[in-house]
Design a protein around this ligand. Sequence first.
Ligand SMILES: [Zn+2]
Ligand SMILES: [Zn+2]
Length: 766
Amino acid sequence: MIVAVAVLATVSSAPAVPQFVVDERVGNPAALTAIAEEQWTAMAELTARVIGAPIPHAPITVHIVPGRELRSSEAGTSRYGRIELRTGASEITTALRHELGHQYLWATCPAALDDRLFHEAFALIVSGELTRWDEADVTTPQAVRVLAEASSLDVPKSRAAIARLIRESLTDSIEIPRTMALRLATCSSNTLWRPLQVNELAPAERAYSDAFVVVNRHSGELVTFDGAVDTAMPFGSVLKPFIVAGAAGAPTLKPVHGDVNWECGDALPSQLTAAQALARSCNGYFLTWGRTTPAAAKFGAYGAMLTALGLPRLPNAMSEAIGITPTLALTPRAVAEAYRALALSSPTTIAALADTARFGTLAGLGLGVEHVVLSARGASDTNGASNVHMARAFKTGTVRNPQSRPLVGWLVQVTPDHVAVSTFAGRQPRDFAVQAAQRLTAIGRRAQERRVGVQVFGLVGASQVTVECRGVAMRGADVVQTQAPVPLSSVLEDSEFICLGAPWLARVGGSAPGSSTVAGAARRSSSFGAENTRDYAGTFARAELPASNASDDTTASPRALRARRGSEVIFTTSLGAYAAGVAHQEGGMLHGATREALVRVIAHNAYEPRHAHRPICDTTHCQVFKGTMHLGDDDARSLTRSIPYRGWLPFALGGDAPWEKAVDVQEITRVLGSNAAQLRLGPDYVTFIRTTDDTADESVRVRCEVIRNALHLLSCPTSVAPGPNTWMFRGKGAGHALGLNLIRAQLSAQSADSLLQSAFGPAPRL
Ligand SMILES: [Zn+2]
Ligand SMILES: [Zn+2]
């Protein structure tokens, strides 16, 4: 009763609403007047609630007329006493409410006349537009940047940014950000108006921040990041998978009825396995487990990795490990690195997380269905493009305040190529999971992200190579100390050797100082001596070479045979990092269309079965690779254009520069056999006569490329002059003269597609 009287008193003392004059070309005058009056009353009540009393204003008349000079992005505009609306606009009511927000401030708060940010923020709040903008697309730092650079605040991009900032400071009981409420209170006083600043809406110091970071699983490259990726935050449930994967054996437990921690989603099974507990992120499971096995809270073998990645200490109890007690913190980037190692060492744990979207914490959002990009050449592809059919794995985490309001939400996504970690201040994972998933999907489609394997160091041997990890070196779940360079052969095993947070630094023992060409190595002060150090961003593993099958090619040198045999060292990285590395070696000086053609050929060849069931090698037998490099934007664009050919596509430096080389007769005999004569040189084949032991002559036809390799000639020779002690070979250009001639391409003005067509013939219709 008393309450009702008080409300009546407030309403009766509130200023009258303006008189609204509606042009009927805008819409039904009676209906629009009713909306306007209702909106005005709501705004008066809102300010009364916020500052304790209504703000008085003089009587006014507001004309509502059709907009004549509206920009395409505007649904309405106004000046004092006059609102222009786009006729026929679908959101005319929202536009009217928005413009009434401006009218209300002009009427009640003339001091705020020039405060554009305050005006726009107020109009967005009272019009109900805050939820309209898809604010998950813009992070807090991005919003601050947009507003700092915006020339107008009354455009969609700016409105979305303001909405993003305001939403963070609103709760059920706070209807207007405090900084704005304080100003509203001074509207009718004579205090000097202080214009609202962007950073007042987004305080600089906050424990919980938005972040998005994507790491390539194969190379470890930071694919993209923004926001507070290096800010340590309490991690909620995000580390639960490491408890399961690190344990010797995780139990199957019976849910405890009536225990709030066991309220773990619909249709809870009568027995919960660790995999089911992970998908449902069931606190009850982990707390019950921790009571019988307290040590499980220390992440088992993964404890050392997590502390190496920045966890201040191991948890003292299960409640700390699963984030119910938010005493420990980790950065989003460290969480991404940890999951990269987990995906490699415990695929079954990742597989369990694929159920999160099916019947776990993200069920019902439509996230379970996914098209995994298969290799263009199908599942039989030996150099595994991402052809593992795997549903996306998700892990959610929510850090709550004592009132159970979310302080920050975490979302981890694991795909065949990536680990992505998102944090969102003040939100639960379910609220932003779809947007975060879509953002990763867009990145995941890029060809440069796919896995590529390379047989490396086959010529020199693993014992001649030393490697060093400046991050955290891991094999399986174990941290391996490699602060100093170690011989690769001493650490090479069948399971992958991975360096978290940094590329491997490798040095080939035999290389002379200054001979290394990897750009960027020089700026490092490596214990190796920078000039010899190459980046290998990826993992090393051993794959036993098959028993040497005797080559029928008697002309090949031992070195060439070794190159063709491959290497027991398998290096795995991303296609982008590999292609950039090869392009640097094979055509570092090339640019434009030639570079594009080369990069596309390199990427195509990366998946060709040049070594039967093994990946390609790193020598001239395949394509020269001496370490990964960062893929530039132009090369990334090139990789989006595929190649319509099949099979290995040869390329060589080429050009037309003449050369000559004298070869000893002994060498001729070794390669061609004794008494070789009548050598005839064709563009593809060389024919000659040689005498066999039983004195019969034999005609031999060999690919010119074989002879060129064996005799170390720059290209297939065009002439030969046999002499008593040496044979003089002459030719033009460098390389095997097959396929793409890079120097000639660079001198032409052809597009990349026509260069490829000249080299490999017309594109077959697909
Ligand atoms: Zn506005
Ligand atoms: Zn090869």
